[in-house]
Design a protein around this ligand. Structure first.
Ligand code: BG6
Length: 481
């Protein structure tokens, strides 16, 4: 993470987006590139080649119009005639067919000829089933050279053996240093702020361990259903979609030992050390849920057992964390969309003051909460003396909200930040093959015998049985303030 506020301009590059007419490109990648161009974070010379199978939404003539519509719907900045004319001259399209990359080679030669040693960035925003074929075609068509970088989206396999196979195939065409495995949670300002909060302030790190902390919650409830993504979700489920990826990446930042430097080698090394200390996930400490109505979604089997909700307890067996309880929860069709991380500090050993036990159980003093959902907020709940003639306590909050900060103007959306890092060749916020395989390895016992999902109502907080997983603690959300 650079601490500089000066814009860093990457070297000339060509970006090839496979899946250019898909959902991710439409919602995040194309609007993200447009935003980077608008805030002067794109290279002086760059070009974006959209690739998609012929007949899937655009062709050479219509791609410009397609992108214009996409930006008008999803861009964070207004698309004016001037900004569109600046951006649109950097776009072209190549149609592909099964086993055939069309005229990509010719198009690359054309656009690269006016650049100085351009970086070639290939972004695979395609369904996982298409990863291997696309990578092997890139290899056989001679499109990979020393300056090529590959960005690949999750899911990275569906278990340890498929992840190993995927990594093996990637390594036949790319060196590990050319591969950027993206997990967009690590591009979120509020997730990166966990590192800043822990390692830049002298106050909290000394208390960041099992002497002072009882439990940590990583909570990602979403109101979103899987409508429109039934077939993908049915084969994936909440554990593979969210837990083994976003929630465990967040756990890595929360639990790692302080890196000596803020560089990719150090940070990735510290994360791997944590993952190696996580106990294999015990199916007895996992609750699966499925929201009522899920089986009616198009693409979902009538007798589906796929989980749309997971809550689990994880344990990290190392000097710092032994004994601390880690709770992870995520689910679709829940009551609120509100990603948060809560650190539950131990209570003071001597309780001299009066505090209404009811109030205490509701307001949970001693909790530090990072809200990851934009705009991002950090809140510390503390006990203060209630004004007046008694010695009673009440709960108060110390809070920082990104929105209140003048620096918010520099904010980049997660994909923008990560795209910019790829252009700079910075692996800091990306994942290694080893980290991903380690996470799959510790998921093996659960994947071998997953629990049956409990039914839960749409708009609820998941199956009620989950509460017993946490006892004697309880979830920070829903907030009862
Ligand atoms: C994606 C998952 O990776 O992350 C989705 O596939 C999920 O199921 C999404 O909704 C959540 O990301 P965000 O940034 O909206 O919190």
């Amino acid at each position: 993470m650079s601490s500089s506020k000066v814009a860093i301009q990457p070297k000339d590059c060509v970006i090839i987006v496979f899946g250019a007419t898909g959902d991710l490109a439409k919602r995040k990648l194309l609007p993200g590139l447009f935003h980077l161009a608008e805030v002067s974070l794109m290279p002086k010379r760059y070009h974006i080649i959209g690739c998609a199978p012929e007949g899937t939404g655009a062709d050479e003539e219509s791609f410009g119009g397609y992108v214009h519509d996409v930006l008008r719907t999803f861009a964070r900045k207004e698309v004016t005639d001037e900004s569109w004319s600046r951006f649109s001259r950097h776009l072209s399209f190549v149609g592909t067919r099964k086993g055939d990359l069309g005229n990509l080679h010719t198009e690359l030669k054309r656009v690269e000829s006016s650049m100085e040693k351009p970086t070639r960035i290939i972004y695979l925003a395609v369904p996982p089933a298409a990863f291997l074929e696309t990578v092997s075609l890139l290899g056989t068509n001679g499109l990979v050279n020393e300056s090529t970088r590959l960005v690949i989206e999750k899911p990275f396999g569906s278990n340890l053996s498929t992840a190993r196979r995927l990594n093996g195939e990637l390594h036949r065409v790319f060196k590990e240093s050319q591969i950027y495995r993206i997990d967009h949670f690590l591009g979120k300002e509020a997730v990166q702020n966990i590192l800043a909060f822990r390692f830049a302030n002298g106050l909290f790190e000394p208390a960041w361990n099992n002497r002072y902390i009882d439990y940590i919650q990583i909570d990602v409830p979403e109101t979103l259903t899987v409508e429109g993504r039934g077939a993908f979700y049915e084969a994936t489920g909440a554990f593979r979609d969210m837990i083994v990826t976003h929630l465990f990446q967040t756990l890595g930042f929360l639990a790692m030992e302080p890196p000596a430097r803020l560089n990719a080698h150090e940070l990735q090394g510290k994360k791997i050390d944590v993952y190696r200390s996580v106990e294999p996930i015990d199916a007895e400490k996992v609750v699966y849920g499925q929201y009522e109505g899920y089986k009616d979604v198009s693409g979902v089997a009538a007798d589906s057992n796929t989980e749309t909700f997971v809550a689990l307890e994880a344990a990290i067996e190392n000097q710092r964390w032994a004994g601390v309880r880690w709770f992870l929860r995520t689910g679709k069709a829940m009551a609120e969309s509100r990603t948060s991380v809560t650190i539950g500090f131990k209570e003071s050993p001597l309780n001299m003051f009066e505090l209404d036990p009811d109030l205490k159980s509701k307001l949970k003093p001693n909790e530090l909460t990072f809200e990851i959902t934009d705009p991002g907020r950090v809140t510390l709940h503390i006990l203060v003396k209630e004004p007046g003639p008694t010695t009673s306590l009440e709960v108060a909050a110390l809070s920082f909200q990104y929105d209140d900060s003048t620096l918010v103007a520099f904010e980049l959306e997660a994909y923008e930040r990560l795209f910019h890092d790829v252009m700079l060749g910075d692996h800091l916020l990306f994942n290694t093959a080893e980290a991903i395989e380690t996470l799959w390895q510790l998921s093996e016992p659960l994947l071998a015998s997953p629990p049956e999902p409990y039914a839960y109502l749409k708009g609820s907080w998941g199956p009620e049985v989950v509460e017993s997983l946490l006892a004697p603690f309880s979830w920070h959300l829903p907030e009862k303030l």
